[in-house]
Design a protein around this ligand. Structure first.
Ligand code: CU
Length: 460
């Protein structure tokens, strides 16, 4: 029911004939360079590029160290890292490490602009569980266009103390999938030209890109396949399924492993959310498994064709326990705040608590190392649209959704939570040690750019 609400506003894009069958592009893995002082150093360069999504039709794009998307950065729990970001664009950008726990000045939000030709260095110590994070621009007002044109990459945190048995051979049985709906024009190109309905409902599309490719094929060599799924769309909510295949076995949410594997028939990801799933292919030998993605704008896509080889290698057994997560219990005396996300707030715009983002205003002040309950709800006077709520600088837990405890797949660490119209969620927020100003916002990028964002300051 909830899923279908958007169809009312379905924008009738024509469909383009895909040319499936290309091999899945797996972004290169960057291990960084370990300096003599023990700091691991990475460099990424944002630049303009050009890519033919449909053969013979070059599209102007943006990418990190390439034409579209960026390398996967491998970070190790406990290590100090220094990431140098060079901006070779003709416009200002930023790079936000989505889901990372780090000092505010390393966060890469709108307060850390990188001008054309400039280099910005983010330094922090990796101090969080193994997880699939990502990075993308976060400049005030142009985040949506820069992400849309291709600026995004995965960032994987690993921790050797994690459970054994999970597939972890990058590119072989451990695969990142960046899923992005894009709106191609009849000439086979895509531009970012949102009009008013696109701002309100989001910039939907007619083609799904998977790591920048269309209906790509992955040839599996192992029984267990780990997919690190990221919905990198601007505003499209994706419902994923395996129509003829096995169930998904979800093992991780945004911020790390779940307490135990969760079998699922469908998986919903809103923009910015991640999920790690295991596909058990041992019953699938000899037939293709389709990863299907249904867009909240109505289109149904083949996100990936998994083609199991004749002889699948045994690459371990899935552990029955993954992580020991503390119960999401509300401590006595926890502070409480509420956030109302409104599609048509005062002044006819997208607001949180009636206000649009103002860089000069700090909306909330919280104490370092404190715990609070944040209640987030949606409102709309003339229309109501889904939103999601992303908080920088920490991973939260969902206490309840409309009064009910979250399902197991939403019971682990999260940094982004989906709210359908009318939803009310309560989040357990444990603030960290770093003082400074962080963002919270809707991660439907058209909403974010329109001002559905606020700032909270962690006080010493
Ligand atoms: Cu929103």
């Amino acid at each position: 029911m909830k899923w279908r609400w958007l169809i009312l506003f379905l924008l009738t894009f024509f469909s383009l004939e895909a040319e499936p069958g290309e091999a899945l592009i797996v972004p290169p893995l960057r291990e960084g360079r370990l300096r003599s002082d023990g700091v691991r150093e990475y460099t990424v360069t944002a630049s303009e590029g050009e890519l033919e999504f449909f053969s013979g039709i070059p599209v102007p794009t943006m990418g990190y160290d390439g034409d579209y998307l960026g390398p996967t950065l491998h970070l190790r729990q406990g290590e100090r890292v220094s990431i140098r970001v060079r901006n070779s664009l003709r416009e200002t950008t930023t790079v936000h490490w989505h889901g990372a726990y780090l000092p505010a000045e390393a966060d890469g939000g709108p307060r850390q602009p990188i001008g054309p030709g400039e280099t910005w260095i983010a330094e922090f110590t990796v101090n969080q569980p193994a997880a699939s994070l990502w990075y993308h621009p976060h400049r005030m007002g142009t985040t949506a266009e820069q992400v849309y044109r291709g600026l995004a990459g995965m960032m994987i945190v690993t921790d050797p103390s994690g459970p054994a048995g999970l597939p972890d051979e990058y590119g072989i049985d451990d695969i990142p999938l960046v899923l992005q709906e894009r709106r191609f024009s009849r000439d086979g190109g895509f531009r970012y030209e949102p009009r008013m309905p696109d701002i309100i409902h989001g910039y939907g599309g007619n083609v799904l890109l998977t790591n920048g490719g269309i209906e790509p094929v992955f040839r599996a060599q192992t029984r267990l396949l780990r997919l690190r799924l990221l919905n990198g769309s601007n505003s499209t909510i994706l419902r994923l399924s395996l129509p003829e295949g096995p169930e998904f076995i979800q093992i991780a949410s945004d911020g790390g492993l779940l307490s135990r594997p969760v079998p699922l028939k469908t998986l919903v990801l809103s923009p910015g959310e991640r999920a790690e799933v295991i596909l058990d292919l041992r019953e699938q030998q000899g037939r293709n498994t389709v990863l299907q993605a249904e867009s909240s704008f109505g289109a149904v896509y083949t996100a990936l064709l998994v083609n199991p080889g004749d002889e699948l290698r045994n690459n371990g057994e899935l552990p029955s326990r993954l992580a020991s997560l503390p119960a999401a219990e509300i401590p006595r005396a926890a502070g409480r705040r509420s956030f109302v996300m409104s599609t048509m707030g005062p002044g006819g715009s997208l607001t949180i608590n009636g206000r649009r983002m103002d860089m000069a205003r700090v909306d909330e002040r919280v104490a370092a190392m404190s715990t609070e309950v944040w209640e987030v709800s949606t409102a709309g006077m003339m229309m109501n649209t889904p939103h999601n709520f992303h908080v920088h600088g920490l991973q939260f837990r969902i206490i309840d959704i409309n009064g009910d405890p979250p399902p197991p797949e939403l019971s682990g660490f999260k940094d982004t939570v989906l709210l359908w119209p009318g939803d009310r969620v309560r989040l357990l927020m444990e603030f960290g040690e770093y003082p400074g100003i962080y963002m919270y916002h809707c991660h439907l990028l058209e909403h974010e750019d329109a001002g559905m964002m606020g700032q909270y300051e962690v006080l010493d």
